[in-house]
Ligand binder design. Structure first.
Ligand code: HEM
Length: 129
C-alpha cells in the first residue's frame, strides 16, 4: 500500500481524525437515507469502528485490525444497500465533516480523495430510478 508521507495521522493526529468522524456521525444521525442503514440503535460503536479504521488507514496505530482483523470493507458492506445515491450522501456528509473540522492541507485533500474513491468502490447495488 502506498502511504503518503507525512501521513494524515502525522498531520492531524488521532484526535483530528476522531473529530472528523464525530462530525460525520452527527450528520448520519440526522440523515433519512443513511440512519436506517445502521443496524444498531446506538451509533457509538459504529463511530468507534470507523474512527479506529481511519486512524489505522491514515498511518496511526493498528488497533482496528487488532480488534477486527482484516478490514475486508467490500465484504463488510455487502449487507447494506449502497447504490450511487447512498454513496453520494455518505461522501457529502464526510466532505462536510472535513470542512467543518477545518482539516489543514494536504491532509484534507488526501482524505477527500480517499473517501470519494473508496466509497465509489463500495457501491454494491444498481440504483433503481
Ligand atoms: C470511504 C468509504 C467508507 C469507509 C472507509 C467505510 C468504513 C467502514 C468501517 C471500517 C466499518 C466497520 C466495519 C467493521 O469493523 O465491522 C463500516 C461499517 C458500516 N458502513 Fe462504511 N465505510 C465507507 C463507506 C460507506 C458507505 C458509502 C456506506 C453507505 C452508504 C457505509 C455504510 C456502513 C454501514 C451501514 C456500516 C455498519 C455500521 C457498523 O459498523 O455497525 N459505509 N464502514
Amino acid at each position: 500500500m502506498f502511504v503518503p508521507f507525512p501521513t494524515v495521522h502525522d498531520q492531524i493526529g488521532a484526535e483530528g481524525i476522531a473529530r472528523v468522524v464525530a462530525a460525520f456521525y452527527r450528520r448520519v444521525a440526522e440523515d433519512p437515507l443513511l440512519r436506517p442503514m445502521y443496524p444498531e440503535d446506538d451509533l457509538g460503536p459504529a463511530e468507534r469502528r470507523l474512527r479506529l479504521f481511519l486512524i489505522q488507514f491514515f498511518g496511526g496505530p493498528s488497533v482496528y485490525s487488532d480488534e477486527r482483523g482484516h478490514p475486508r470493507l467490500r465484504l463488510r458492506h455487502s449487507p447494506f444497500r449502497i447504490d450511487q445515491a447512498a454513496r453520494d450522501v455518505w461522501v457529502r456528509h464526510m466532505l462536510a465533516a472535513v470542512d467543518e473540522c477545518a482539516v489543514p492541507e494536504p491532509a484534507a485533500e488526501i482524505m477527500r480523495h480517499y473517501f470519494e474513491r473508496t466509497a465509489t468502490g463500495l457501491i454494491n447495488r444498481v440504483s433503481v430510478e
